[in-house]
Write a new protein. Structure first.
Length: 165
């Protein structure tokens, strides 16, 4: 697996990965997370992804394929409870279903921890959809994150996590 800094040129690959992930989630009864329609057809979601690819995108590649994406920023989303210290926030962690089970997400989160350390930041935060069967919440707990608070985000509830770096 190779990690590289990404950017706007990666927009089509990120949208394609969102579309295939949304289709997989919907087929497995998990459309509550990101809906059941392709993101590449929704102007608001395209705008969100455009923002994400320009603010600290990293790409994990396996062979010639994008296996996953990570966006980290020092700006937490508006719905996240404020903290009284500098932080690095994982705004996007997206793994291609074709590369599920290959520790792509874990590798990208390790990169986020390294980036926090290099920047002299002691707090890493992330959030995820709190609904469904709780698989995402358990995933982040297995990655060493501590659940902090559940907060509303649009029409959903998200679980905010923290990890000391």
């Amino acid at each position: 697996m190779r990690l590289r800094q990404g950017g706007p040129a990666d927009l089509p690959a990120v949208l394609e990965t969102f579309d295939s992930t949304v289709a997989w989630l919907a087929a497995h009864g998990r459309s509550g997370q990101w809906g059941d329609q392709p993101w590449s057809r929704d102007p608001a979601r395209i705008a969100l992804v455009e923002e994400l690819v320009t603010e600290g995108l990293w790409v994990a590649e396996i062979g010639d394929e994008a296996a996953g994406f990570l966006t980290i920023t020092e700006q937490a989303p508006d719905y996240a409870p404020p903290v009284a210290e500098r932080e690095l926030y994982v705004r996007l962690l997206l793994v291609s279903r074709a590369h599920a089970g290959k520790n792509v997400g874990g590798t990208l989160l390790a990169l986020a921890r390294r980036q926090a350390h290099v920047r002299g930041i002691g707090l890493l935060r992330v959030d995820c959809w709190a609904g469904g069967d709780g698989a995402l919440v358990r995933y982040y707990e297995r990655q060493g994150f501590t659940p902090v608070e559940r907060v509303p985000s649009g029409d959903k509830e998200v679980q905010v996590f923290r990890q000391r770096v």
